[in-house]
Design a protein around this ligand. Structure first.
Ligand SMILES: Cc1cc2nc3c(=O)[nH]c(=O)nc-3n(C[C@H](O)[C@H](O)[C@H](O)COP(=O)(O)OP(=O)(O)OC[C@H]3O[C@@H](n4cnc5c(N)ncnc54)[C@H](O)[C@@H]3O)c2cc1C
Length: 396
C-alpha cells in the first residue's frame, strides 16, 4: 500500500480538531482528520444539556486554570467569542444568552457539529474515521502514523484528542502518551468540573437532603489562590454537586477544606436577632421563610421547635455562622466518569503560545483540552478549543 502524504494530520475530531482541520484546509493545506470514534464529536453533542454552551460573552485568562496563568491569552485574543459568534451566525444557527454570558443553541448542539463538518468539507479535509492510530514516529521531514487503515505521512501533527473525562464516550490518554513519548512534561491530570464526595459516615446526616438545591457562595484555596463562586449547589446522596460545586472542584486539592456560605448576601444570625422581640414563631418556621425548609430543619436539629423570642442571641448568631461559613473536607471527587473536563495535561511551558507547537519537537502541536488550560463552567472550555485550534491552524 502506498502511504498518503499530507501537510497536516489532526488526531481527534472533537471541538478543537474539527476547528483546526477546517481552518487549516481552508488556508490551502492538505489535511487528514483521524478519530477512533464511530460517532462524530460526542462531547459537543451532549454538551450544554444537548444545546451546547458554545462560548461565553466575556472570556479572559482569568476564567482558566493553568500552571501558567497567562498562557491562554495569546490564543484567546487571536480568536475571540465574537469570531465564533460570527461563524455561528454565518451558518444561520439561532442562539440565545442564558445567565452569566453563557451562549447556547436555540435548537440543538447537532447544529454546531454540522457547522464544523461543513467547514471541513469546504476545505476538502480528508477523513479517517473510525480509525485507530497504532503508532506515531518522527521522520526527517515530518511524522509517520501507522493506523488501522494503513500508514500515512504528514509534515505537521496536531494532537486534539481531548482529556480523560467521560471514558465511556471514548476519552483516552492518547495525547498524554504522545506528549510523554516525545519527552514533553505533563501536569498530572485530575477530574475537574466534577461533583465532590464525602465518606459515608460524615455525610450520613446530610444524605437525607439529596435533591435540595440553593444558591451558595463556595470557596476553596488559601491566600491569593483563594477562589469563590456564587452559584447553585445541589445536595446528593454521596455529597455535593451543582454548578457552584463543579466550579470550585477545579480549584480543590485532596485533603483541603471547602467553605460554603449557604445564604450569600444575607446576614441570617443578625436578621434573626433583630426580629426576635415578641416573635413566638418556632425557629424552623422563621428560617423556612429564608431557606429551604428541609435544610432549615436539618441545620437547627433540636433547636427547630424553639420560639424565636426565647432563643438566646448567642444561639442565633452561632446558627448564622454555621450557615455562612460551613467548612467541610471532601473525601474525593466523583472521578473522570462524572467530570466534565480534565485539569492538567501537556505543560504549557513546553508549547509556543502563538502556535501551540512543541518547543522541543518542531511540527508537533497540542490543542484543546489535552493542554493544561482548563476553563470554568459556562462555555469557556469550548472557547479554548476554538481559540487554540485557530491559533494553531493559522501558524501553518
Ligand atoms: C457532559 C459534558 C458537557 C459539557 N458541556 C460543555 C459546554 O456546554 N460548554 C463548554 O464549553 N464545554 C463543555 N464541556 C467540555 C467540552 O466538551 C470539552 O472541553 C471540549 O469538547 C474539549 O475539546 P477537545 O477537542 O479538546 O476534545 P474532545 O471534544 O473531547 O475531542 C477529542 C476527540 O479525540 C478523539 N480521541 C480520543 N482518543 C483518541 C485516540 N486514541 N485516537 C483517535 N481519536 C481519539 C475522541 O473520540 C474525540 O472525538 C462538556 C463536557 C462534558 C463531558
Amino acid at each position: 500500500m502506498t502511504a498518503s502524504t499530507y501537510d497536516v494530520a489532526v488526531i481527534g475530531a472533537g471541538a478543537a480538531g474539527l476547528m483546526c482541520a477546517g481552518v487549516a484546509a481552508q488556508r490551502g493545506r492538505s489535511v487528514v482528520l483521524i478519530d477512533h470514534a464511530a460517532q462524530l464529536a460526542e462531547k459537543i453533542r451532549i454538551s450544554g444539556g444537548g444545546r451546547c454552551n458554545f462560548t461565553n460573552r466575556s472570556v479572559g485568562p482569568e476564567n482558566f486554570i493553568s500552571a501558567n496563568s497567562h498562557f491562554a491569552r495569546s490564543a484567546l485574543s487571536s480568536y475571540t467569542p465574537g469570531d465564533f459568534i460570527a461563524l455561528v451566525n454565518s451558518h444561520r444557527i439561532a442562539w440565545h444568552e442564558k445567565h452569566r454570558g453563557q451562549l447556547f443553541c436555540d435548537d440543538s448542539s447537532e447544529q454546531i457539529i454540522r457547522m464544523l463538518r461543513d467547514e471541513c468539507d469546504r476545505g476538502a479535509v480528508h477523513w479517517r474515521m473510525p480509525c485507530t492510530v497504532l503508532s506515531v514516529a518522527r521522520e526527517a521531514d515530518g511524522f509517520r502514523l501507522d493506523t488501522a487503515a494503513g500508514p500515512l505521512y504528514a509534515a505537521r501533527l496536531v494532537i486534539a484528542t481531548g482529556g480523560l473525562a467521560i471514558p465511556q464516550l471514548g476519552a483516552t490518554d492518547f495525547g498524554l502518551k504522545i506528549a510523554r513519548q516525545f519527552g514533553l512534561k505533563v501536569i498530572d491530570p485530575r477530574p475537574a468540573l466534577v461533583p465532590l464526595t464525602f465518606d459515608a459516615q460524615s455525610w450520613a446526616p446530610y444524605a437525607a437532603l439529596a435533591g435540595v438545591a440553593l444558591e451558595a457562595g463556595v470557596s476553596a484555596g488559601e491566600g491569593r489562590g483563594r477562589q469563590r463562586f456564587v452559584e447553585d449547589v445541589l445536595f446528593t446522596h454521596r455529597g455535593l454537586s451543582g454548578p457552584g460545586i463543579l466550579q470550585i472542584s477545579s480549584y480543590w486539592n485532596p485533603g483541603e477544606a471547602i467553605e460554603l456560605d449557604l445564604a450569600p448576601g444575607a446576614e441570617i444570625g443578625e436578621a434573626l436577632v433583630r426580629s426576635k422581640p415578641g416573635n413566638r414563631q418556632q425557629l424552623a418556621t422563621v428560617l423556612a421563610a429564608l431557606w429551604p425548609r428541609r435544610l432549615g430543619d436539618q441545620w437547627l436539629g433540636p433547636d427547630a421547635s424553639l420560639r424565636l423570642a426565647d432563643a438566646p442571641d448567642r444561639v442565633l448568631r452561632e446558627l448564622g455562622s454555621r450557615i455562612h461559613a460551613w467548612r467541610l473536607v471532601p473525601a474525593g471527587t466523583a472521578g473522570f466518569r462524572k467530570a466534565e473536563v480534565m485539569r492538567g495535561g501537556v505543560d504549557t511551558r513546553e508549547l509556543e503560545q502563538r502556535s501551540l507547537e512543541s518547543r522541543k519537537v518542531p511540527g508537533l502541536h497540542f490543542i484543546g483540552e489535552v493542554v493544561d488550560v482548563t476553563g470554568w463552567l459556562g462555555g469557556y472550555n469550548f472557547q479554548w478549543a476554538w481559540s487554540s485550534a485557530f491559533a494553531c491552524a493559522s501558524s501553518f
